[in-house]
Design a protein around this ligand. Structure first.
Ligand code: NAP
Length: 476
């Protein structure tokens, strides 16, 4: 018997468990999938946007793994935190531990004014509309969504997600599992202009084409692209030889800048954004909201008025010929009382596990955790904490497979070490109160009931007490 703990029940954790089940080298494997939260699926539950139903439905295949009889879901058990189990103790319980804890923090922008009220990391906004229980109170409802203009800094898929949620009408989100407070706050939102701003050119943007196109398909919103900003990009004029995704992105942007095809009536008005240009009214094309995609603007400062963010000052940049940009000495301010910083995730050190603070990852070789440069017996990593916060969900499958292959190569040695016969009993002795699969099913039923009472499909429970009460409600 090979007894393995996987820490984290997001895609990389579940794919690691799946790889352990699918191999044939070690016939008898038991996998405990631990999670700090009482709910499984990690970023699929708390990161994938609620209107991305198809990606959300990946939960069904993750679920099949967690329901395998050789797998036990162990929620509400933190690892490495002040109230959690230390990595050292965890290795006493299992032959091997695979850390799949993701990259939960946001990268800093490192400009003055970054922490002014009204400036949020996109990860916080995502956590709020995804009902992450750590977010607690409703931070966006009152002030932030009263802004007419919002700036989203960064041109990756997270930037596109948050811009889309800001620009989408709340009515369309009613059919999703968005929590009540977020839905009513979004329904009352006064945001009309959403500026998505990249510091480099369109050919260096990180969003993928499917996600980009969705912006043009939002009813009631119109995408605005300045042709002059596209033309600045040398790759735009000579797209041959570019990666396919970049070529497709450029085509979509070109269509918008030429006043083409999006169902929201996408067109360019060619105007430089001033943030307040469309305040108070829908525009000539009849769209209630506008999404302005901007390029070659590097954020240098968040501007303050009355103790909160009032806008962003950008340095106008120009291509430097090597894929980077140089400042031109010109500046542009975009007014906004809501700023979302979508400049990437960052891994967080897990106390007791080695960490490379520069890369934000755990040092490893082929998934084996390195302590002082040497593989540490029985300790592995997979997912974003192994390779950094890049790639789509499916990228975690091959990443997990590589790690599990290393683990299996080591298995003969690992099983010589003692492991607890009943790790859950030991965790309880240590004062932890795991939520197992039945508890999660009980949460699911509670969310379905909550939704029914509101005339909606399942609606997420957004707080720790609510989740734990639902998990422990034996009558449900
Ligand atoms: P990302 O793809 O790394 O994009 C980060 C963006 O922030 C880039 O445009 C980057 O510009 C910019 N940036 C970084 N530092 C900056 C600074 N100091 N000032 C201004 N801009 C800065 O990160 P992400 O959007 O957080 O996405 C993370 C991963 O999740 C990606 O692999 C993404 O595809 C994935 N994801 C996928 C989906 C989906 O499939 N629907 C949804 C969400 C997330 P530079 O390029 O110039 O550095």
């Amino acid at each position: 018997m090979l007894s393995v703990a996987v820490v984290g029940s997001g895609p990389s954790g579940v794919y690691s468990a799946q790889a352990l089940l699918q191999q044939s080298l070690v016939p008898d494997v038991r996998v405990h999938v631990l999670d700090r939260l009482p709910t499984p699926y990690g970023l699929v539950r708390y990161g994938v946007a609620p209107d991305h139903e198809k990606i959300k439905s990946l939960q069904n295949s993750l679920r099949a793994v967690l329901e395998d009889e050789r797998v036990t879901f162990v929620g509400n058990v933190g690892v490495g935190g002040p109230d959690g189990v230390s990595p050292a103790r965890l290795t006493e319980l299992y032959h091997a531990v695979v850390y799949c804890v993701g990259a939960s923090a946001d990268r800093a922008l490192a400009v003055p004014g970054e922490s002014l009220p009204g400036s949020y990391s996109a990860t916080r906004f995502v956590s709020w509309y995804s009902a992450h229980p750590d977010i607690g109170a409703d931070p966006f409802a009152r002030d932030a969504l009263e802004s007419r203009s919002a700036v989203v800094i960064g041109v990756g898929n997270v930037a596109v997600d948050v811009a889309r949620i800001l620009a989408r009408g709340a009515d369309e989100l009613r059919t999703t599992d968005v929590p009540r407070a977020a839905l009513s706050a979004l329904a009352a939102s006064r945001v009309r202009d959403v500026h998505i701003v990249g510091r480099r050119g369109p050919s260096q943007a990180r969003f993928t084409t499917k996600e980009l196109r969705e912006l043009g398909a939002l009813p009631g919103a119109r995408v605005v692209v300045d042709p002059a900003e596209l033309a600045l990009d040398p790759a735009y004029a000579a797209p041959d030889g570019l990666p396919a995704v970049v070529r497709r992105n450029l085509e979509v942007l070109r269509g918008w800048s030429a006043g083409g095809a999006a169902s929201g009536g996408a067109a360019s008005d060619g105007a430089a954004s001033d943030g307040a240009s469309s305040d108070g009214a829908s525009d000539a094309a009849g769209a209630a909201r506008r999404i302005r995609l901007r390029f070659f603007l590097r954020p240098v400062e968040l501007l303050e008025r009355g103790g909160r963010v009032a806008g962003v000052r950008f340095a106008r940049t120009a291509p430097d010929g090597t894929g980077g940009v140089r400042d031109t000495g010109r500046y542009e301010d975009i007014e906004a009382r809501l700023v979302l910083r979508a400049v990437g995730y960052r891994g967080v050190e897990l106390p007791g596990l080695p960490f490379d603070p520069v890369r934000g990852t755990v040092p490893h070789t082929a998934g084996r955790v390195l302590r002082d440069g040497v593989p540490s017996p029985g300790e592995y990593v997979a997912g974003w904490i192994k390779r950094g916060p890049t790639g789509v969900i499916g990228s975690n499958r091959s990443c997990a497979k590589e790690t599990v292959a290393s683990l299996l190569e080591d298995a003969a040695g690992l099983t010589l070490r003692p492991a607890a016969a009943d790790p859950l009993a030991v965790l309880r002795e240590w004062g932890l109160r795991p939520v197992e699969w039945d508890g999660w099913l009980s949460i699911e039923r509670a969310e379905a009931e909550l939704g029914r009472s509101l005339g909606r499909g399942p609606v997420k429970i957004p707080d720790w007490p609510g989740l734990l009460a639902a998990a422990r409600d034996e009558n449900r």
